[in-house]
Design a protein around this ligand. Structure first.
Ligand SMILES: Nc1ncnc2c1ncn2[C@@H]1O[C@H](COP(=O)(O)OP(=O)(O)OP(=O)(O)O)[C@@H](O)[C@H]1O
Ligand SMILES: [Mg+2]
Length: 308
């Protein structure tokens, strides 16, 4: 039996002026997913998440949350959802506890014990009385997650929870997300512009580019589908090509690229190829396996980066 869908969008779209920030988007998020919502800068992630949390109104399409149509039954639909969009806003001169008290009061009151529970969960105990302005970026991100968890929702939607964090901070947030999913049975949706971030934590994912869905499915299935290739940097070129031409059992095709050779092959054969290159006097600088989806994603991310 396939898992129950708890968040679905139907041809969801948002237009600003002449431009569609999100277009004809159909997402399907199932109970207990850690759902990675991936896209380069400007792809439409935050716009989508704003629509999911009913902070902005879609231009067209609809959202169903826990079986309720968001537009018609907003309160019911959002009852079991917590979220943060982009940088969470806090009163910098107040403590974490005070900030969460205010958020709690705005949401109809919250038990004091729950405030300390969520602070514990995100690892902010010990600093909870300090002013938020004294917090590191990572601590503020974690306070944002604490805020999203305050009402103990079944689903949390986090917009780029690891953005701007160092590798250690990213790892901590990833650990927290895994904990929320595995030990607290929460469904987690997180957006990111880094594939390897999502790959390490998500069970299913969607990629969007320029407001449109590119793919959606299981992380493992998506990343391992299609033929991969290997980027090889090695010298001297002539010897490299001789070895590649002779390795017909391993190499199905190879193409010259400006600073490397692209080899279409099974990743399992990389060690064997490496061995025969070395045996034939080739100096191997790098052999980098690239899966086709990964390569596609890097290509759209890089082209976005180069425009900035
Ligand atoms: N309020 C707005 N008015 C006009 N255009 C907007 C508005 N909000 C977003 N956009 C545009 O919609 C597109 C998608 O933006 P969005 O913030 O959703 O992208 P994103 O995927 O979250 O990007 P990032 O990774 O940079 O956060 C962009 O072209 C952006 O300029
Ligand atoms: Mg964004």
């Amino acid at each position: 039996m396939s898992a129950e869908s708890i968040l679905q969008t139907f041809n969801l779209g948002k237009r600003y002026g002449q431009r569609w920030a999100v277009k004809q988007l159909n997402l399907d998020i199932k109970r207990a997913d850690v759902f990675g919502f991936l896209g380069p800068n400007g792809a439409g992630k935050s716009t989508t998440i704003r629509m999911l949390l009913s902070l902005i109104k879609p231009t067209e399409g609809s959202v169903s949350l826990f079986g309720h149509e968001l537009h018609r039954h907003r309160a019911q639909a959002l009852k079991s959802v917590g979220g943060i969009v982009e940088k969470p806003d806090f009163y910098l001169y107040l403590s974490a506890v005070r900030n969460l008290e205010i958020v709690g009061a705005l949401n109809g009151g919250i038990h004091r014990a729950r405030i300390f529970e969520v602070l514990d969960l995100v690892g902010l105990r010990g600093r909870e009385r300090d002013k938020v302005k004294t917090y590191s970026h990572g601590m503020k991100q974690r306070l944002g997650i604490a805020q999203a968890l305050l009402s103990n929702p079944d689903m949390v939607i986090l917009d780029e929870p690891t953005s701007g964090l160092d590798p250690q901070g990213m790892k901590e947030v990833r650990g927290l997300i895994t904990h929320l999913s595995r030990d607290q049975q929460k469904t987690v949706v997180l957006s990111s512009h880094l594939l390897n971030e999502v790959e390490h934590v998500a069970t299913r994912m969607a990629i969007i580019n320029k407001g449109e869905l590119v793919v959606q499915g299981g992380v493992h299935e998506l990343l391992n589908q299609g033929e991969g290739f290997v980027l090889l940097q090695a010298e001297p070129k002539r010897a490299v090509k001789r070895v590649l031409k002779a390795s017909t059992k391993i190499v199905s095709k190879f193409v010259d690229e400006p600073d490397c050779i692209k080899i279409f092959m099974d990743f399992a054969d990389v060690p064997a190829l490496n061995q025969s290159l070395v045996r034939n006097g080739v100096r191997v600088q790098a052999i980098v396996p690239r899966r086709s989806l990964e390569d596609y994603f890097l290509s759209i991310t890089e082209s976005e980066d180069s425009r900035r």
